[in-house]
Structures are given as structure tokens and as C-alpha cells.
Design a binder for this molecule. Structure first.
Ligand code: SAM
Ligand code: SF4
Ligand code: F3S
Length: 442
């Protein structure tokens, strides 16, 4: 019988990258991908632990799989990702339907775990922090994503221990992949059609292999001719070093959108969160980058209703949004996570947090709309990623990551084309290609 795996991914881009790499691995032992539950004989859930109900979501999903397979042979059920790391053996105890629990730093052991289960029906739990072996092993398995825009993880884990966050516990200590390993993967991706690389890390700008920083990596990747765009995420303000800021003076390929989470506009809250920087320091980075290139825009993450957040603190967050004019940002109500310092603190009243969230989201959405309005009747460069689902148009992204839908065709995929924008909504720009492909395409 053909081996078919269904991989479902929750959480951040690093989980997406991992899911793709896991598939590259399981292909080696004969698995094909499927998106139909009924066809799968292996079901892998790559989980996220960042906010509450994460664990319950997993059990809910398994309940769904159980129902689908009620009268059929049970699939091999694997729980990967950050919930797997946090809950480990507990999951096997609570839900006998689960066969393998594997944490994010142990994916190189996944084929052994699968084969051992198939042959010996042995349940497995692998949650060691072993990023070095993981990436050493991944190096031998080529990254087959081959997408126009591809993720490339350069750094894992976090040593910052913000008081609200589970990442240092689920992804372990900071580890930077060897420089050459990353460059080799970037070249491989480029040879397979990638035009944009998005460098990933929980603290991507903390990258440090002992000799090189993120700025050195970007400079080296810029030399790969067919890579046209470079992005990196997620950055911490504390690691926004001068060498990285200075890169924006001459870089031709770094995109002018910087995702720099601030979480709150209040120094008091930043301190309570253990964020290790002030608003003044954040604005110093903002001013410096804007002085280098006024086209640079910022996006951010915000946590609303952190324990101790008073109206005045929230007002400070709104003023910061006013000043920086963030686009494409994310905001969430604080969620108390077991094992973190903030778990036991008194939370802000739910009703107040909800009101504040609504206020901030309205403001952020307004910024997004206002930014998109500026593109109307402008011609912008779009990196074309794909045909739209109905295959009648093409889909790409602006330099600011905004989705663009226009009247292109298959030939445009992988190219940067000029598109005149004639319509927009909050999340998408719509337009028409302006020039003859032969004359204008980059
Ligand atoms: N390393 C990044 C940084 O320092 O900003 C963030 C990585 S975290 C995976 C992504 C976002 O999740 C954070 O920026 C934060 O806004 C949000 N987040 C993390 N823990 C949270 C919690 N306990 N409650 C609500 N949001 C949370
Ligand atoms: Fe979490 Fe980011 Fe803080 Fe690390 S720096 S603890 S990943 S929020
Ligand atoms: Fe979630 Fe883990 Fe990413 S907790 S946000 S999947 S690092």
C-alpha cells in the first residue's frame, strides 16, 4: 500500500519551514503527501504552544481524525512542534491514539521513530534539545520546497526569556546554524527556482556563529544572482545592531519592510515583560532606518492587557502606533502560559482587554488601508508567486509583502513585473501589468 502522509501545520513560519523539511525527510522512506484525511496512513500535526487552548486544539484535532478513521485502519499519529515539546510523555498517556511525540529539535529522528513504530508498534517520545545534530542531518537532505519565495531557518531557540513567552522552553536555547550550511541551502534553493529568501529565527537578528552576524549572511546571499529579494523575521529590537541597520544604506535586495515586534508602547510594561529595551531605544532604531531610507516601513506584534497594563500604558501604545505608522501588524490579548514568569500574575479584566484589542486593531487596520490607498494608480514591482486558485489571474507580493492580484499568466511566475494598481482592500492590491513582458520584466 502507498505510504501517504497528511501534515497539518499550526503556528509560526518556523513551523512551516519545519513541516516542509519533515516532508523532505519522510519522502526518503517512501511517503507521498496528501491533503485528504481518508487517504492518509500517517497523520502529522505540527503544533504551536504560543497562546492558550493550544493543547486542547491538538486533542480536538485527534478526535476528528479518530472519527474519520472509526471504521478503517488507524493511521500512524505523530504530534510534532511546540506542544509536543512542552507536553512530551503526558500526551502519550492522555491519548493512546497518539503513536509518536517529537519535539522541534529532534526531527532528524523522525524516520527512525516511524519505522520503529511500523515494525515494532513501539510508541516513541523524542524531545531532546539537539539543534546541532538536527541541522547536520538536514544538511544531507536537500530542501525541496522550490518555491518562488522560500523560508530558510538560520537560527533556533531563544535566550531572552520574555516573561510571557514559551519559546525558550519549547525551542530551547539559542543556536545559530553554521554560515556555510545556510549559504549552501540558499544556493540550492536558488538553483531550484527560488527568487526570494525569507531568513527565519525566533530571534533572527541574534544570529551569531561566533564569526558572522545576520548582516554578513545577508551580504553573502545578496551575491547569489538569481535571488532578487531578501527578508528576515522575527527580529528583536535589542539585536538591531548598527551593522544590520547600515546594510540598508547600500543593499539592493533587502526589502523595505521590517517586522520589529515591540509588544507595548509603555516602558513600564516593557520592563514588566522583561523585553530589555525602552521605547526611546526602539524609536532610535526607527529614526535611524527612516533617515537611511524614508521608504522603509515597520510592522509589529502587540500584546494587549499584559498584567499591570493601565489605561495610560495602553494610550502610550496607541501613541507609538501613531508615530511609527505600523503596517501589517499582529495584536493579541495576553494569554497566561504555564511555566512562564507571567503565568501567576493578575491579568487585566477580560472586558477591558477586549475593548483595547478592538481599539488597537481598528487603528492598525486603518493604517493598512491608508498605506494601500497610497499605491492606487502607482506602478509597483511585484514578485509573481503563482496563479490564483481559480487560475484566471496571478498572485504576487509587493516589496512590503502585500498580496497583489493582477492579469498575468504562467510565464510571469518567478519574475518581478511592474503592475499598475487600480483597486485595493485592506489586505490585497489589484492591478494590471503595465508593459510588454520582454521590455520590462526584471
Ligand atoms: N521573538 C519574537 C519577539 O521577540 O518579538 C516573537 C516570537 S513569538 C513566537 C510571536 C508573537 O507572539 C510575539 O511577538 C507576541 O506578540 C506573541 N505572544 C507570545 N507569547 C504570548 C502570550 N503569552 N500571549 C499573547 N501573545 C503572545
Ligand atoms: Fe519569546 Fe521573542 Fe521574547 Fe524570545 S524574544 S522570549 S521568542 S517573545
Ligand atoms: Fe508557536 Fe512554537 Fe512558533 S510556540 S509561534 S510554533 S516557535
Amino acid at each position: 500500500m502507498a505510504k501517504k502522509i497528511l501534515i497539518k501545520t499550526f503556528g509560526c513560519q518556523m513551523n512551516e519551514y519545519d513541516s516542509n523539511r519533515i516532508f523532505d525527510l519522510v519522502k526518503k522512506i517512501g511517503f507521498e503527501k496528501t491533503d485528504k484525511y481518508e487517504d492518509a496512513n500517517c497523520y502529522l500535526l505540527n503544533t504551536c504552544h504560543i497562546r492558550d487552548k493550544a493543547k486542547e486544539k491538538v486533542y480536538h484535532e485527534i478526535g476528528r481524525v479518530k472519527k474519520i478513521f472509526r471504521s478503517k485502519q488507524k493511521p500512524l499519529v505523530i504530534i510534532a512542534g511546540c506542544v509536543a515539546q512542552a507536553e512530551n510523555q503526558e500526551m502519550l498517556k492522555r491519548e493512546p491514539y497518539i503513536d509518536v511525540v517529537i519535539g522541534p529539535q529532534s526531527y532528524h529522528k523522525i524516520n527512525d521513530a516511524i519505522l520503529s513504530h511500523i515494525q515494532k508498534k513501539k510508541k516513541m517520545e523524542e524531545t531532546e534539545f539537539d539543534a546541532i545534530s538536527k541541522f547536520k542531518y538536514f544538511r544531507k537532505i536537500k530542501n525541496k520546497a522550490g518555491k518562488v519565495s522560500s523560508f530558510l531557518t538560520i537560527q533556533e531557540g531563544c535566550d531572552k526569556f520574555c516573561h510571557f513567552c514559551v519559546v525558550p522552553y519549547t525551542r530551547g536555547p539559542e543556536y545559530s546554524r553554521p554560515f556555510q550550511q545556510i549559504i549552501d541551502e540558499a544556493k540550492y534553493l536558488s538553483n531550484n527556482g527560488t527568487k526570494e529568501i525569507i531568513l527565519l529565527g525566533q530571534n533572527v537578528n541574534a544570529y551569531n556563529d561566533g564569526k558572522n552576524r545576520l548582516s554578513n549572511l545577508v551580504t553573502e546571499i545578496e551575491k547569489i544572482q538569481d535571488i532578487k529579494r531578501i527578508r528576515y523575521t522575527t527580529s528583536h529590537p535589542k539585536d538591531m545592531t548598527e551593522d544590520l541597520i547600515d546594510l540598508y544604506k547600500n543593499s539592493q535586495k533587502l526589502m523595505p519592510l521590517i517586522h520589529l515586534p515591540v509588544q507595548s508602547g509603555s516602558d513600564k510594561i516593557l520592563e514588566l515583560m522583561n523585553r530589555k529595551h525602552t521605547i526611546k531605544e526602539y524609536l532610535y532604531i526607527f529614526d535611524k532606518l527612516k533617515n537611511i531610507n524614508s521608504k522603509i516601513e515597520f510592522s509589529s506584534d502587540f500584546i494587549i492587557g499584559y498584567p499591570g497594563e493601565k489605561e495610560e500604558d495602553f494610550e502610550n501604545t496607541l501613541s507609538l502606533i501613531e508615530k511609527v505608522n505600523f503596517i501589517n501588524s499582529y495584536s493579541f490579548i495576553f494569554s497566561a502560559r504555564p511555566g512562564t514568569v507571567a503565568f501567576d500574575l493578575d491579568v487585566t479584566e477580560k472586558k477591558i482587554s477586549k475593548q483595547r484589542l478592538e481599539t488597537i486593531q481598528n487603528k492598525l487596520y486603518e493604517n493598512q488601508i491608508n498605506r494601500n490607498k497610497l499605491f492606487k494608480n502607482q506602478t509597483i514591482n511585484v514578485l509573481v508567486e503563482n496563479l490564483t486558485d481559480d487560475k484566471t489571474q496571478t498572485f504576487g507580493r509587493s516589496e512590503y509583502m502585500t498580496s497583489v492580484v493582477f492579469n498575468g499568466n504562467k510565464e510571469h511566475i518567478g519574475k518581478i513585473v511592474p503592475v499598475k494598481i487600480n483597486k485595493f482592500n485592506r489586505t490585497t492590491l489589484f492591478g494590471e501589468i503595465v508593459e510588454d513582458l520582454d521590455k520590462k520584466v526584471a
